[in-house]
Design a protein around this ligand. Structure first.
Ligand SMILES: [Zn+2]
Length: 234
């Protein structure tokens, strides 16, 4: 066994330089020998990526075990209320929301959107069954969820079918945000029995409207669009 003359680290016989300080290794007895292969592997090892199917099984097991343990606890130890129902519902909801991630090769965006909306509405309905009145679900939660998913679907549809450019995506985003806020305010006012007009959402809508007009102008004027692209480097 030999040692580095500079830093004293132990050296493999095959090394031609110290792996720590890179000092060349010269063995006077072996000056004529041909350098042998390096003791370290030449190819970089790669960790196998997690398979989506395995991830799906793992997620299902974790969420299933959480639901089951909460249900059993609710039945046996903490029996005061039906507290495990929201937890089980949340696990189910999370599972549905994660489905497109786990099966992105089979689930289309439309199916994912409908699944997510249905799961969220079902969860809200289940929560409403645990409260004294279901009025808030039918008059507030359900319309807001439907409106949000309608606009989200519209946004994705425009992105998929019209244009995927950055400026166009920004246009969809601001358009949908303005409409979403107006819808939410109107639905809240209608639920609370207030007059049917918009206040705070009018400001959001106006700002979004100005941004949309500016973006539309950039998108429709080719010269302006190219200038913006060059200035912002995209
Ligand atoms: Zn050394």
């Amino acid at each position: 066994m030999s040692y580095c003359v500079n830093c004293g680290v132990k050296l493999e016989q095959s090394l031609t330089a110290c792996p720590l300080c890179l000092t060349p290794v010269i063995n006077p007895k072996e000056l004529q020998t041909v350098p042998s292969a390096s003791p370290f592997p030449a190819a970089k090892g790669e960790i196998e990526t997690v398979k989506k199917r395995d991830l799906a099984i793992w997620m299902s097991l974790v969420l299933g075990a959480t639901s089951l343990s909460c249900f059993v606890l609710n039945l046996t130890v903490y029996q005061g209320s039906r507290w495990s129902y929201p937890v089980i519902g949340a696990c189910g909801l999370l599972w549905v929301l994660l489905l497109p991630l786990m099966f992105s090769d089979i689930v289309t965006w439309k199916a994912a959107l409908i699944c997510d909306a249905t799961a969220i509405i079902a969860y809200q309905y289940m929560l409403s069954l645990l409260t004294p009145t279901q009025y808030w679900f039918f008059r507030l939660a359900l319309p807001i969820t439907l409106w949000t998913f309608f606009l989200w679907g519209l946004c994705v549809l425009l992105y998929k079918k019209v244009s995927r450019a950055l400026l166009a995506t920004a246009l969809y985003f601001f358009m949908v945000t303005g409409l979403l806020c107006v819808g939410i305010e109107l639905l809240i006012r209608q639920y609370a029995g207030q007059t049917f007009l918009i206040t705070w959402s009018a400001i959001v809508f106006s700002v979004c409207f100005v941004i949309c007009v500016a973006l539309l102008a950039i998108l429709s004027l080719a010269g302006l669009r190219n200038t913006v692209r060059k200035r912002l480097h995209f």
